[in-house]
Design a protein. Structure first.
Lengths: 285, 320
């Protein structure tokens, strides 16, 4: 027979275990699923797969156009998103304080961050593909992705700018620097590691985004490499989507192999972002 | 500090010492380059407003063209969605039902797990454990949705079929569960903020009255954090409603007015994907349906995000 105190302690212990399992069990499930896909796909990955072109026969199919398309697209995404995102962050952090417009922009960015990615695809279809006549091109895809990741880039750039102590700016003004001089020569170099890390993380996420590309019409069956920003293209997630949608087992294995390559790419990009941050931080401080 | 010393004295006023004076000087006679740069920075900020405007205008315009042919009443009151068939019906309800059902399953999975995980991370885990587990949990939301789609179709559905009788190869259950796993970190991280924001004096008050840890958490801390948890829940639902690839891959493409999780159905997002993958020519009624569906999706998620922001601001204010 338990006393009431001992029973209470038992319930408490059980509750702690319950809470801990809510963290651990989903992680175990994810590990199990990823492990499963890795086992299914790893054997299919070889040089021919990485450098091959799509084929109607699963065993001959490769992912080179998708791989090149994905990297070209996120390069364009980065080229658009980095300057615009940093510019917007500087405006909001350094120039916008207590201005009404800045407040409106801030609320707007928070709202944009919650818009489903497929809606950005509709925007890209309406504006880049049709209105600007860019067609189903790399640049239309990259620009759409840039709009999608901008809220994330802006938020992380603002956080990085905020870590620069205010005294640094005042010291610049004390030396006679103008506002932009202080930002360009002192604030931005100090904030650069945080800004770069945030941008790489955001762009690494864009490489896994599928829905906006489906909507703007990235093709699934592309047997050529993109030669210019206006080329038609395919991307890794689109290729995976195409393969996983087919009934034949061999194509599903291809999809698993594609997923392994996609996850490995994202892992490498994330790792690069963290290493870059550590390296640059040492140099600045 | 070499950078700081390198700043020249080429500015308009060499003697300004405070930011107020600097901005005052800028307003009076800022150099042209300074003003050009500020204009560029301003336009970067304003671009986000144009993005929102672009979304609203492009969805509204094509939807308006759609509703000139299809009356709004048919969209809202018809119970069939067959715009790609010969016998066309344009009732949104089957797509709404599909979206509702998959999101509901996701929330049933994610809400208890997310709240319990938040309690563990904020109340029980020691700091070292927390530093490892919190980013690990965020991984769940970092896996691309196309990968979860593969999981749902190729791994989870066959597993569930072994003990759920009558489960079809495409169904709402498997994608719903996978979506649920994906949104756990969204619920846990906002809930954790809310639980963390509950003043310690409330916990101490409960202990002083003789309450144990369990009672303190369940009867004092959680109720006090309720508005933040509600905000997390609504944000997670909004994410589930807008989630596309998992349901497009694993839920099927059959619009169906049902709440049976075992049969194939179609969500709003999956319908947009289905039409986008096909060869529907632009400027046809079939093509415009995706804009009407996307407009519905946008209004729904936007409303949920607004409510969520309001609620989370309330707990942030209350915490201070």
């Amino acid at each position: 027979m338990l006393t009431s105190t001992r029973r209470r302690l038992l319930y408490e212990r059980l509750f702690v275990w319950l809470c801990a399992s809510a963290v651990v069990i989903p992680l175990l499930i994810l590990a199990l699923l990823v492990g499963n896909v890795a086992i299914a796909g790893a054997g299919r990955i070889d040089w021919a797969f990485l450098t091959g072109y799509p084929s109607r026969r699963a065993a001959n199919a490769g992912i080179l156009p998708a791989l090149v398309g994905s990297f070209a697209m996120i390069a364009i995404t980065g080229i658009f998103a980095l300057p615009i995102g940093v510019g917007a962050a500087i405006y909001l952090e350094e120039y916008g304080a207590r201005r009404r417009l800045a407040g409106i922009i801030e609320v707007n960015i928070a709202n944009l961050a919650g818009v489903p990615s497929i809606i950005y695809g509709m925007l890209g279809l309406g504006v880049f593909v049709r209105l600007l006549g860019l067609g189903r091109s790399l640049i239309a895809g990259g620009a759409t992705m840039a709009l999608l990741v901008l809220p994330v880039v802006i938020v992380s750039a603002r956080e990085a700018l905020r870590t620069v102590p205010y005294g640094m700016r005042e010291a610049c003004f004390g030396l006679g620097a103008t506002k932009w001089q202080s930002i360009r020569q002192v604030v931005l170099p100090m904030a650069a590691p945080g800004i770069l890390t945030g941008t790489i993380l955001a762009v690494a996420r864009a490489i896994g985004e599928t829905a906006p590309l489906v909507v703007i019409g990235a093709l699934a069956y592309v047997t050529f490499l993109p030669t210019s920003p206006t080329s038609q293209f395919t991307a890794l997630p689109i290729q995976i989507f195409n393969w996983v949608s087919r009934p034949q087992e061999a194509f599903v294995v291809n999809a698993a192999a594609g997923i392994v390559v996609l996850l490995a790419t994202m892992f490498v990009l994330n790792l690069a972002a963290i290493l870059l941050r550590n390296r640059l931080q040492k140099r600045v401080h | 500090m070499a950078d700081g010393a390198a700043v020249g004295v080429a500015g308009a006023d060499a003697s300004v010492t405070t930011e107020a004076a600097a901005s005052h000087a800028r307003e009076r006679k800022a150099p042209l380059t300074e003003r050009a740069i500020e204009a560029f920075l301003w336009s970067c900020g304003v671009l986000s407003l144009f993005t929102t405007a672009g979304i609203v205008v492009s969805l509204a315009y094509e939807s308006w063209l759609f509703f000139r042919t299809v009356p709004l009443s048919a969209f809202l009151f018809d119970t069939e969605w067959t715009p790609l068939f010969a016998d066309k019906h344009f009732g949104i309800w089957p797509l709404l039902a599909g979206t509702f059902l998959t999101s509901l399953i996701a929330v049933v999975v994610a809400l208890p797990a997310g709240i319990l995980a938040a309690i563990y991370l904020s109340e029980f885990a020691d700091p070292r454990m927390r530093r490892v587990l919190k980013p690990a949990l965020e991984l769940l939301a970092g896996v691309p949705t196309i990968v979860y789609g593969y999981f749902a179709l190729v791994l989870v559905t066959p597993l569930l079929q072994s003990f759920v009788p009558g489960l079809s190869g495409f169904n709402a259950l498997a994608p719903g569960i996978c979506m649920g796993i994906m949104i756990i970190p969204m619920i846990s991280s906002l809930s954790e903020d809310a639980i963390f924001a509950v003043p310690n004096s409330l916990r101490e008050g409960a202990y002083a009255l003789g309450a144990g840890r369990l009672a303190t958490i369940l009867r004092v801390v959680l109720p006090a954090a309720m508005s933040g948890i509600a905000a997390a829940l609504i944000l997670a639902v909004s994410r589930a409603v807008g989630e596309t690839m998992i349901v497009a891959i694993a839920a099927g493409q059959q619009p169906r007015l049902t709440l049976d999780p075992r049969v194939p159905l179609e969500t709003m997002t999956a319908y947009i994907v289905q039409v986008s993958m096909g060869d529907t020519p632009a400027d046809t009624l079939e093509y415009r349906t995706i804009f009407a569906v996307a407009a519905t999706l946008f209004v729904l998620t936007f409303a949920m995000n607004l409510v969520s922001h309001r609620l989370s601001r309330r707990f942030r204010v209350a915490a201070h």
